[in-house]
Design a protein around this ligand. Structure first.
Ligand code: AMP
Length: 175
């Protein structure tokens, strides 16, 4: 398990009871970083991806080199207020309150095949919001991919309910 074993678990971060799956230990390892990005690139190279969309901020770290290897463009899905030009946004629920992610209105063209990338899927709320945004703009999300899935939190099932394909390089039990 060359990827999973390089991910550090930090208990009770950012708050009591959360097991934070920290990919900085994977990224700082040249073999770990390389095999992570290459495994994803190998999976998607024949899938005719037009663009990779990475979710702020750890989705940028994996998504950008993946787009580079696939020879396609990269689009950042950002937290509210960060993108300078005209945007469209999507609110999503957090444990307490809501948050919002945004895309530039010219980020996705109708019919484009988009690969959505983040470091981790937990409840799936963030990825679901990104999926809604891309779909609203006429893009087709070919697959949602993650380094880590926390299956007990149900994110994969939540995305699959939208008819979405989900892929993760490894899983961790619990939350
Ligand atoms: P969710 O919307 O619940 O699927 O949460 C996914 C987002 O929150 C991702 O961008 C992750 O980086 C972050 N996240 C949620 N839970 C964890 C966790 N246990 N460890 C590390 N990151 C997490």
């Amino acid at each position: 398990m060359p990827i999973r074993s390089r991910i550090r678990t930090v208990p009770h971060y950012p708050k009591q009871g959360i097991m934070f799956r920290d990919i900085t230990t994977l990224l700082k390892d040249p073999v770990g970083f390389r095999i992570t990005v290459h495994e994803l690139a190998n999976r998607y190279t024949a899938m005719k991806i037009d663009k990779v969309a990475g979710i702020e901020s750890r989705g940028f770290i994996l998504g950008a080199p993946l787009a580079y290897l696939l020879g396609v463009g990269f689009i950042p899905v950002r937290k509210k207020g960060k993108l300078p030009a005209e945007t469209i946004g999507q609110d999503y629920e957090l444990e307490y309150g809501t948050d919002r992610i945004e895309l530039h209105t010219d980020a996705v063209s109708k019919g484009e095949r988009i690969l959505l990338v983040d470091d981790l899927i937990a409840t799936g709320g963030t990825a679901e919001a990104a999926l809604k945004l891309i779909t609203k703009m006429g893009g087709e999300v070919v697959e949602c991919c993650f380094a880590i899935d926390l299956p007990d939190l149900g994110g994969r099932k939540r995305l699959e309910k939208h008819g979405q394909k989900v892929f993760a390089l490894c899983e961790f039990e619990g939350d």
